[in-house]
Ligand binder design. Structure first.
Ligand code: C2E
Ligand code: CA
Ligand code: CA
Length: 937
């Protein structure tokens, strides 16, 4: 029965390698050479050849041990071998890279027994572990003869194991097959305590995976060209190990072939050598494959692999699991050669599939082939819907797509718990499922849970016309596919979730802004409604953000309902929504107006928040193609502007965009005019000292007071100004206004330092420094009371630094705006003409707490040490302010302390603070929010 090539696949070849290592340690290469001569004289393969393969026979192991015992005069050679094996395992650098310091001998044994099961054949291993002791039992499965050396090696390995945890172990070999007992039994005791050494749990698992891969390489190598195999292994590996560089070296008849991802093909070979030699920088990990092959992962710029430890472990184990299936199949000759190829192919194809349907289809097709079922399917778990039938190649036979109620399955919990296949008749299922199965011509089923560690992907089902059609070993065959199927389904599901999250808004479940471009059909006449919820800020302020969120979620539902089933609804951010419809020829010309008024009406109804009626409302702008432009971006711009106007002219209404709301459509021309006709204005936002919350400076922020469109914010026109090449003029206009104001303030209440923003276009202007000096002189303002805000990036340009230095030489202070967002100039800060760091709003808000908090703390601390003023921007709530104060920030700017407002308001604010100081009033500080709340000027 057994093919010649399979003879001797009884014990992992690592036993031979360990024996060689032991003898080498004992008597050096001469002793090893003598041993080799003795072994070959006894008719055995040279030990080195045997050790280079994957497997040896028990008889070979016994022969090698006899030869070694005779040479060394050591009757306990088996025990030495076991100890040496353990030493090799714990010293293995790739194992050392992943072992973790937990578990103890008891936990480690679990892994080791798993390992024994994978790397020896002919015995069933059973383990019982207690505190400080364990019993291991090996029962013979076939005819493979017992060997006292093998038994001694197991004893040696076990006895040495507790040493890895700093405790001592004793082993008793209670009874042994060699002396006629029906099974072998070892009892291990160890002293408690010690611990803290390498977690040999992982070690055992790893070793078994490595061995599995080694054997798999032999199997796989027989069927496929090495180059193709290397590529397909990389394909799989790439899906599993998110490491920048991956390498696979596969043995071939003409030497090994190396392929890699993340480096040039020509460099692959050297890289593999470097990995083995430990010459690689950064995080590196490799596992051997065949005689000289390997699989490796490398992250040169990181101290460890990106997903060090657990994740890499699992990832590799998954791959190994896949290959193990193939190897096991081949080893046991349970599946024909063609089926082995099928499994390998299965792994390859699964790696390419990304959506759940695809994966289920591949799984089902392979399951049909491997198990001989007439219909195979995946019942994919869906918490909301139950078990959804997927896959189902089965020719005519099919269950349809309607979900299956979990209660219809016989013993679902038992199935999920054991992960062993269950053979049942269709009649044992609930009546609904039973009827569907018999309609599909299936009366006998074998099913298996796709579950692991509490994660449940669903069930894999192979269905047959009658019980007589089910192969005897159907369970084994199903097992062969299941592990890989589970991993692939889990991965597809994770990808689908990620895809969903990337395109959907978590709060409302609507599409998000990013998704808009992708979901709206191209072509056709589009109509876009830009919706802004009125008074949401009020709800947030008065009832808290949870209430605001509830209103937003409910608004999303009302908008969707009012927009109708054919419209796309997205949340554009904050309290803004977008509805896009394709206009049909049949509809009335202004159908969109009806939709808008339906939405306005729906949102003007009260929301019931815990028994309390809350009113919001909506302002809407409508834009349609082609009059407002052709692409989505044009429509958004136009509708947004129209919405804004509708908000200004009283809320709760909608307004159509005219051509003038469109981008480009005139704005640029208008801008040239605006610069001459005094439409450019400036508002001021207070900067406060965090210690006493007193306003100590202001930032001048530009606004465009458009005669028809009203107040336009920088976000809406600065890049138009930039494209039109007039941004420097805008800056200068804003600066002149701000300086004139500073002068007036100086006269009326003693003055207030003023910051102005300088764009790159300003800085590259030939005579900026002279112009600036003239502006200062013209206004009669003390340069030291003026600060210019520039963005971080400028400071990496020598010429621009010179300009900034020129400004600093005038006596003007220099602030770095939006600090923490751009390319960092940390290293050079000390040498640059900088006085202030303005920490960007995003860091202050700390959306990503884990990442942002430490950066924020570091930036504040660094600024302090360099003697710079540190201003935190965008402070919106007291928690942020107090945190900043705790971190040592001295100044802040943001809505909490005041929105950008008019010069007159600033004056009032400063004077009332002064009055408080003068009268020593301990009454409430002037409202941190500037009057005219709710609107950002
Ligand atoms: P910036 O220099 O970072 O100015 C701060 C921006 O954040 C202002 O927006 C301000 O209204 C806003 N802001 C202040 N506190 C808060 C807060 O607590 N929360 C939130 N969410 N935002 C807050 P604004 O006025 O719309 O200005 C936007 C940007 O336009 C400015 O960002 C600046 O880069 C640019 N800008 C403004 N005026 C000028 C100017 O005269 N010249 C140039 N070149 N750029 C300017
Ligand atoms: Ca600024
Ligand atoms: Ca800023």
């Amino acid at each position: 029965m057994t093919e010649p090539a399979d003879r001797g696949r009884e014990v992992t070849a690592r036993f031979a390698a360990a024996l060689a290592a032991y003898l080498d340690g004992l008597g050096g290469p001469e002793l090893v050479a003598e041993w080799t001569r003795a072994a070959t004289a006894a008719g055995l393969r040279p030990p080195a050849d045997a050790a280079a393969g994957a497997w040896i026979s028990r008889a070979e192991l016994a022969g090698y041990c006899e030869a070694a015992a005779a040479l060394s005069g050591d009757g306990e050679i088996g025990r030495r071998l076991g100890e040496e094996l353990l030493r090799l395992h714990t010293a293995d650098p790739m194992v050392a890279a992943v072992v973790t310091p937990d578990g103890g001998p008891g936990a480690a044994l679990t892994g080791i027994v798993e390992y024994l099961g994978a790397v020896t054949s002919g015995r069933r291993w059973q383990l019982a572990v207690d505190a400080g002791s364990a019993v291991l039992e090996a029962s013979p499965l076939g005819a493979a003869a017992a060997s006292r050396h093998f038994c001694a090696a197991i004893a040696g390995y076990l006895a040495a194991l507790p040493g890895a945890y700093g405790s001592a172990g004793r082993v008793a070999h209670r009874h042994c097959e060699v002396s006629g007992a029906p099974s072998c039994r070892w009892e291990l005791r160890w002293t408690q305590g010690g611990g803290g050494a390498a977690g040999v749990v992982q070690l055992g698992r790893w070793v078994s995976y490595f061995d599995a891969m080694t054997s798999a390489a032999a199997v796989a190598g027989s069927g496929r060209a090495p180059a193709a195999l290397a590529e397909s292994l990389l394909d799989t590996l790439e899906q599993l190990v998110p490491s920048p560089i991956l390498v696979a070296r596969v043995d071939g008849p003409d030497g090994a072939v190396t392929a890699a991802r993340g480096v040039a093909p020509a460099a692959a070979d050297d890289l593999a050598d470097d990995l083995v030699a430990g010459r690689c920088r950064g995080g590196a990990l490799w596992v051997p494959l065949g005689r000289s092959g390997l699989l490796g992962a490398l992250a040169p710029d990181s101290p460890s692999l990106p997903t060090a430890g657990g994740a890499v472990l699992t990832a590799f184990s998954r791959l190994a699991g896949a290959v193990t299936e193939a190897a096991a199949a081949r080893r046991d000759a349970e599946l024909a050669r063609a089926e082995t190829a099928q499994l390998l192919d299965f792994a390859g194809r699964l790696a390419g599939a990304t959506d759940l349907d695809d994966v289920a289809g591949i799984v089902a097709t392979t399951t049909e082939k491997v198990t001989g079922a007439t219909l195979a399917l995946v019942l994919a778990w869906d918490a909301a819907r139950g078990l959804v039938p997927l896959g189902q190649p089965g020719g005519e036979a099919s269950l349809g797509r309607a979900p299956v109620d979990p209660v219809e399955l016989p013993d679902l919990l038992g199935l999920a718990d054991r992960s062993t296949p269950l053979r049942v008749a269709a009649t044992e299922c609930g009546p609904g499922l039973g009827a569907r199965l018999s309609a599909a011509g299936a009366t006998a089923l074998v099913m298996r849970a796709l579950a692991d560690d509490g994660a449940f992907e669903g069930l894999l089902v192979a269905a047959y016309p009658g019980p007589g059609d089910v192969p005897d070993d159907a369970e084994r065959r199903l097992d062969g596919v299941a592990d890989l199927a589970r991993v692939a389904l889990a991965r597809a599901r994770a990808l689908e979730t990620a895809r969903y999250q990337a395109t959907h808004d978590a709060l409302t479940g609507l599409y998000n802004r990013n998704a808009l471009g992708a979901i709206v059909p191209a072509g056709g006449d589009l109509e876009l409604l830009y919706i802004d919820i009125d008074r949401l800020k009020h709800v947030n302020d008065e009832l808290g953000h949870a209430a605001g969120d509830a209103v937003l979620a409910a608004s999303a539902q009302r908008i969707s309902a009012a927009a109708g089933p054919d419209a796309f609804v997205a949340r554009a951010g904050g309290d803004e929504f977008v509805v896009v419809r394709t206009r049909s020829r049949a509809e009335a010309p202004r159908h969109g107006d009806l939709v808008a008024s339906a939405i306005c009406a729906a949102l003007s109804e009260p929301f019931d928040l815990a028994g309390r009626d809350v009113y919001v409302g909506a302002s809407i702008g409508i834009a349609s193609s082609p009059s407002c432009g052709h692409d989505l971006a044009d429509l958004v711009t136009a509708a947004d502007a129209a919405m804004y106007q509708s908000k200004r002219s009283g809320r709760g209404s909608w307004r159509r965009a005219s051509g003038a709301h469109t981008r480009g459509g005139g704005l640029e021309d208008d801008l040239h005019r605006a610069l001459r006709s005094g439409e450019i204005t400036v508002v001021y936002q207070p900067q406060v000292e965090l210690a006493g919350l007193v306003t100590v400076a202001v930032e001048a922020l530009v606004r465009w007071d458009h005669p028809r469109r009203g107040l336009i914010t920088p976000a809406q026109f600065l890049d138009i100004a930039e494209t039109a090449g007039v941004l420097a003029e805008v800056d200068r206009e804003a600066r002149r206004l701000a300086l004139a104001q500073a002068r007036l303030w100086a006269a009326s209440f003693g003055g207030l330092p003023v910051s102005v923003n300088l764009s790159t276009q300003s800085l590259i202007r030939p005579h900026l420094v002279d112009e600036f000096a003239a502006d200062l002189a013209g206004a009669g303002v003390d340069p030291t009371a003026v600060e210019v805000e520039i963005v971080e990036g400028i400071l990496s340009d020598k010429q621009l630094i010179a300009v900034v230095s020129g400004l600093a030489d005038l006596g003007v202070r220099v602030a770095i705006d939006d600090f923490g967002t751009g390319a960092s100039v940390f290293a050079r800060l000390k040498r640059l003409p900088v006085h202030t760091l303005k920490i960007d709003r995003s860091l202050v808000a700390g959306g990503d707490a884990d990442r942002d908090a430490p950066i924020l703390a570091a930036v504040v601390e660094m600024g302090r040490r360099l003697g710079l003023e540190v201003v935190a921007e965008g402070v919106e709530n007291p928690a942020q302010a107090s945190r900043l104060r705790r971190l040592g920030a001295t100044r802040a700017q943001g809505w909490l302390f005041g929105q950008p407002t008019t010069a007159a308001e600033i004056e009032r604010l400063v004077c009332s603070q002064a009055a408080n100081v003068v009268t020593g009033s301990r009454g409430p500080a002037p409202s941190p929010l500037a009057p005219g709340v709710g609107r950002v000027l």
